[in-house]
Design a protein around this ligand. Structure first.
Ligand code: ADP
Length: 204
């Protein structure tokens, strides 16, 4: 069973690729950004709490985010594996996810990081702003989100690099090509760490 993370700066294509890879692997893609936006739209208490952080491009506090993810991965559709998109982004979230996995007797099989140069990210996000009109896709907020990625989330990636489960993937070029590279990367990490199932359903 695959329990994996897709990481990468804002605009790197995590959401698009997460859905494609999860479909291929037969697991559920869970995007913390999408869950927050859904809650904001539906004016839930969680959405009302998260909105001001999201609009400013800040992280929603760890205790709120961690609780939300713990609830989500405990749902039946995540039993067969999941791909987390946009989580963890802070050291506190790494710790919380480790605790969730330990409690359920599982471990992460792979982490993939999409790499795209900052200049291209800003360009992509400004273009998306014209099409989708996301409140947090203004130049100022985009730059703040990018800064936070470099300041906090890159250290999160590094902590997984130390565990030997990260593959870095070029996130530029055709969407299909990036998907292929990512699938190949997941396969390589799982081969290297011995977490590839020998028989279907034979692993943790
Ligand atoms: P992006 O990666 O493009 O910045 P996302 O759609 O993944 O955007 O997330 C949008 C916003 O939702 C973030 O800027 C942040 O406010 C909030 N968010 C998403 N995931 C997390 C997380 N793991 N921790 C804290 N806040 C989060």
């Amino acid at each position: 069973m695959t329990r994996m993370l897709i990481m990468g700066p804002p605009g790197s294509g995590k959401g698009t690729q997460a859905t494609r890879i999860a479909d291929k692997l037969g697991i559920v893609a869970i995007s913390t950004g999408d869950i927050f936006r859904h809650n904001v739209k539906n004016l839930t208490p969680l959405g009302q709490e998260a909105k001001r952080y999201i609009d400013n491009g800040d992280f929603v506090p760890d205790e709120v985010t961690n609780r939300m993810v713990a609830d989500r991965i405990a749902q039946p559709d995540a039993e067969r594996g999941f791909l987390l998109d946009g989580y963890p982004r802070t050291a506190g979230q790494v710790e919380a996810l480790d605790a969730m996995l330990t409690e359920s007797g599982h471990r992460l099989s792979a982490v993939v990081e999409l790499e795209v140069p900052d200049a291209e990210l800003v360009e992509r996000l400004l273009k998306r702003a014209e099409i989708e009109g996301r409140a947090d896709d203004t130049r100022e907020v985009i730059e703040h989100r990018l800064k936070l990625y470099h300041q906090e989330t890159e250290a999160v990636v590094a902590s997984y690099v130390d565990r030997g489960i990260v593959a870095r993937v070029d996130g530029t070029g055709q969407i299909d090509d990036v998907t292929e590279r990512l699938l190949q990367a997941v396969y390589s990490v799982r081969t290297a760490t011995g977490t590839l199932p020998v028989l279907p359903g034979s692993e943790d």
